[in-house]
Design a protein around this ligand. Structure first.
Ligand SMILES: Nc1ccn([C@@H]2O[C@H](COP(=O)(O)OP(=O)(O)OP(=O)(O)O)[C@@H](O)[C@H]2O)c(=O)n1
Length: 402
């Protein structure tokens, strides 16, 4: 049994000692059967949230009314959820209205896909009422039971189907795809934040082109912000992303906006409700990429970008344009830079104010900008004496002109 489950066994044991049923469920069971890395281990139990809270010394109530309590152990924390049915979801993962029940089978029956609807006991036996194992073998995504019902409980599940197909390199069963087509418009009611999470996971997968085509065929693409007419461009990046691992959010979104030729990038990213930090970093990448403008790196471009952004842009550009990344060139240009920012200049604003004997003002930054340019060009060497000499000459020239 996977080490992540071994660490969680004591939690199952406590629940069982108190006379309740308890199992590992969901994505961790699926991933361990696929021999993929196991992420969060989730537990389902017949114990009620109150009972769970009373059984463990440290718990966090993150949604008692939805049946989920976090049990904190010395090593990790686990989501422990009471068996439930009749779920409708509107937030990220937790259903709005639930009925607590005593049957594992009923709990598994209301889950999205057969591959996600298996449970595992503490001895490693798999409980599989809905052919999950068989579907893992066939690499097929099927909803549990009636697909229309599953998608009307939570329309995000349609995007989840596409995202799992991309992550796991699975195909989606015909019936499920038909139901995705029939229910596509339900996606309009889902929050953008939830869609973004799924779309990013899809883009980080290995079967991206297939998944994007499913979104197009089922018309789900129309319910994602501003990409409905971009299926060709998206599949072109999809092909490239499948060969590489652009995994960082800002890298992925830079690839998307550059390849889709998005005009108002900030607005586009805001519509996807991305955090300000990601938007800022994508905008910076795009600005530097545009400065490169299909020519190669030079001292000024590397200076303007800064080494981190330069390397990131080079990485994304090499993926999208199918070129070899020029890391060595970028690094050696950076190493040869006489200064790496204005702060590296051998004199600063205070020195200038002393030399000129004038009040601080815009003139200080004007001179520093000029100096920065000259030092980068190599026309002035960055030592206090050469810079002071240049400044004094400028001062004299100015005084002459007055
Ligand atoms: N809309 C949803 C979301 C989740 N689930 C169920 O809750 C489990 C846990 O959900 P989540 O952690 O979101 O997904 P995972 O399947 O664990 O996959 P991953 O961790 O890779 O996102 C799923 O396996 C599935 O059984 C569901 O039925 N419907």
């Amino acid at each position: 049994m996977n080490a992540a489950f071994m660490r969680a066994i004591p939690v199952l044991k406590v629940l069982k000692q108190e006379g309740h049923e308890a199992y590992f469920v969901g994505g961790s069971v699926r991933d361990s059967l696929l021999k993929r890395e196991v992420g969060d281990v989730d537990i389902a139990t017949s114990a009620t949230p109150e009972q769970i809270i009373n059984m463990f010394p440290k718990t966090v109530d993150i949604g008692k009314e939805h049946g989920t309590i976090i049990v904190v152990t010395e090593e990790e924390s686990y989501e422990v959820t009471t068996f439930r049915s009749e779920s409708t979801y509107s937030d990220n993962r937790r259903p709005d209205s639930v009925t607590f029940i005593k049957s594992l089978k009923e709990d598994l029956r209301r889950r999205d896909f057969t591959i996600n609807a298996m449970a595992m006991t503490e001895t490693g036996s798999i409980i599989d009422y809905f052919q999950g194992k068989e579907h893992l073998k066939q690499k097929k995504i099927h909803t549990v039971g009636n697909a229309d019902e599953r998608f009307s409980e939570d329309a995000l599940r349609m995007l989840r189907a596409a995202r799992f197909s991309s992550q796991l390199k699975f195909t989606i069963s015909l019936k499920t795809v038909e139901a995705m087509k029939a229910n596509a418009k339900r996606l309009a009611a889902i929050s953008v934040e939830r869609k973004t999470v799924e779309f990013e996971k899809l883009l980080k997968g290995v079967n991206i082109v297939y998944a994007l085509n499913i979104l197009y065929e089922t018309n789900l693409l129309s319910y994602l912000p501003r990409v409905s007419g971009k299926v060709m461009q998206l599949t072109q990046i999809g092909e490239k992303l499948e060969q590489t691992s652009l995994n960082e959010r800002s890298e992925l979104w830079t690839a998307v906006v550059k390849s889709c030729g998005i005009e108002n990038i900030e607005l586009f990213l805001q519509e996807w409700k991305l955090p300000k930090k990601v938007i800022h970093s994508v905008m910076k990448n795009v600005r530097i990429w545009n400065i490169l403008n299909n020519s190669s790196w030079d001292t000024f471009k590397v200076y303007e970008a800064g080494i981190t952004t330069a390397l990131e842009v080079e990485r994304i550009r090499s993926v999208i344009e199918g070129t070899q990344p020029q890391y060595e060139i970028v690094k050696s240009l950076y190493e040869q830079l006489p200064i790496r920012s204005k702060q590296d200049l051998a004199i600063n604003g205070t020195d200038l104010i002393h030399m000129y004997g004038k009040k601080p003002g815009k003139w200080v930054s004007d001179i520093l900008n000029k100096l920065e340019e000259k030092v980068l060009e190599g026309t002035i060497i960055n030592t206090p004496s050469t810079i002071k000499e240049w400044v004094l000459q400028c001062k004299m020239k100015q005084e002459k002109n007055y």
